[in-house]
Design a protein around this ligand. Structure first.
Ligand code: AMP
Length: 317
C-alpha cells in the first residue's frame, strides 16, 4: 500500500479505470479513490474514465478520457480481475499502471498489483488504504458515500459470508464522514415500474432442473417488451435467489453479441465452471458466456453435476 501511495504522489495526472458493465463496487471504488486523491492533492488531475452505470449514477458517471490524457499518467485499475475486462483498453497507454482488486488473481495486466482475495469488496480495500494513511490522506462525504455503496452492493448489504469484522470497521469509519443511509437506500432500492413488472415476469417464468438449479432466460424480446435497460434486466438475477432446494441460480441475458450468464450460489463453488464457460469470478458469484441458446442443455448438464455433488456432501442444505 505504501508503494501505491508513493506512486500517487509521484504522478500529476492519475486515471482511474473500472470494468465493463460496472457495478456499485466498481463505480464506488473509482470515485471513492478519485475523491480521496483530489481532496488530498488538489493540484493533481484525477480522471475517472470508462463505462457508466445508471443504477449507481448518483455516485458519479465516468466519461471516456481523451487520448492525450494518457500521456505521462498513472493508471489505476480497480475491481478488475482480467485485463480484457477493463472498460477503457487505453489503460495500456499510461506510463505506469496499478491494479487494486479483490477477485481471484487469475490475470496479471498492470505494472504493480495489489490483490486481496479475501476482501468482499474492492471499496473495502480502498477504505483500508485510507485508514492506513489516515494522517496523510483526506476523505470527503462524497468519497465516503461512494465507498460505502461499493461495500454494501458487493456484500449484498453485509449478507454474504465473505463479510469480515474489517468490513464493518471500514463501513463504520465511512459513516463517521457523514454517509446518509436513507438517501443511499432510496437510490438503491427504488425501481422503475417497468423493472418491477419485469420482476413479476421473472418470478413466474423461471425454470428449475431436477438437481436444483434455478434459471431464467432473458431474451431480447422480453427486455424490449418490458422496456427496461440492460442493467435493469441483468439485476433480475436476484429475483430467483431464494428458491428452496436450488442452491445455484443464474440469469441468461441476451446481448447482441453474446448470451451472458450471471451465475450465483449460496453453497457450491461455481467459478471453476464459469472459467470453463469463458468467464470467471468469485466462488459464489461468477459470470460467463453461453454463446448461443442451443448450448443451454450442455450448460445445464455441467451445473447439475456440481449441484448433485454438493447435495450429496451436504444433505441438510
Ligand atoms: P456479474 O454476474 O457480471 O456480476 O459477475 C459476477 C462476478 O464474476 C464479478 O465479480 C465479475 O468480476 C466476475 N465476472 C463476470 N464475468 C466475467 C468474465 N467474463 N471473466 C471473468 N470474471 C467475470
Amino acid at each position: 500500500m505504501e508503494f501505491i501511495l508513493n506512486k500517487i504522489k509521484e504522478y500529476n495526472k492519475i486515471l482511474i479505470f473500472g470494468h465493463v458493465r460496472p457495478d456499485g463496487d466498481c463505480i464506488g471504488s473509482q470515485y471513492g479513490l478519485a475523491r480521496i486523491i483530489k481532496e488530498t492533492y488538489p493540484e493533481k488531475e484525477v480522471i475517472v474514465t470508462g463505462e457508466a452505470s445508471d443504477y449507481v449514477s448518483f455516485i458519479g458517471s465516468p466519461k471516456m478520457a481523451n487520448d492525450e490524457d494518457f500521456k505521462d499518467a498513472l493508471g489505476i485499475c480497480v475491481d478488475i480481475a482480467n485485463g480484457d475486462r477493463v472498460s477503457d483498453q487505453r489503460y495500456k497507454n499510461c506510463e505506469y499502471t496499478i491494479k487494486i482488486d479483490h477477485h481471484i488473481n487469475v490475470d496479471s495486466f498492470c505494472d504493480y498489483e495489489y490483490v486481496d482475495e479475501n476482501s468482499p469488496a474492492c471499496a473495502q480495500i480502498i477504505t483500508e488504504f485510507f485508514i492506513k494513511f489516515k494522517d496523510e490522506l483526506k476523505m470527503t462525504a462524497k468519497a465516503a458515500e461512494a465507498l460505502y455503496v461499493g461495500i454494501i452492493t458487493d456484500t449484498g448489504r453485509f449478507k454474504f459470508d465473505s463479510v469480515k469484522r474489517e468490513t464493518f470497521n471500514a463501513a463504520g469509519l465511512l459513516l463517521d464522514y457523514g454517509v446518509d443511509l436513507g438517501y443511499i437506500d432510496n437510490k438503491l432500492s427504488v425501481e422503475t415500474l417497468e423493472s418491477l413488472k419485469l420482476r413479476g415476469y421473472c418470478l413466474t417464468h423461471f425454470e428449475t432442473t431436477k438437481a436444483g438449479f434455478a434459471y431464467l432466460k432473458m431474451p431480447r424480446e422480453i427486455i424490449d417488451e418490458f422496456g427496461v435497460t440492460n442493467e435493469e434486466a441483468a439485476n433480475q438475477v436476484t429475483a430467483i435467489s431464494t428458491v428452496k432446494g436450488c442452491p445455484v441460480w443464474a440469469l441468461f441475458i441476451e446481448y447482441p453479441d453474446d448470451i451472458r450468464i450471471r451465475l450465483r450460489s449460496r453453497g457450491p463453488v461455481i467459478n471453476k465452471l464459469a472459467e470453463k464457460w469463458g468467464g470467471g469470478g468469485h466462488a459464489k458469484a461468477s459470470g460467463a458466456s453461453l454463446g448461443s441458446w442451443d448450448k443451454l442443455p450442455l450448460f445445464l448438464d455441467d451445473i447439475d453435476e456440481i449441484v448433485n455433488d454438493y447435495k450429496n456432501n451436504n444433505p441438510d442444505d
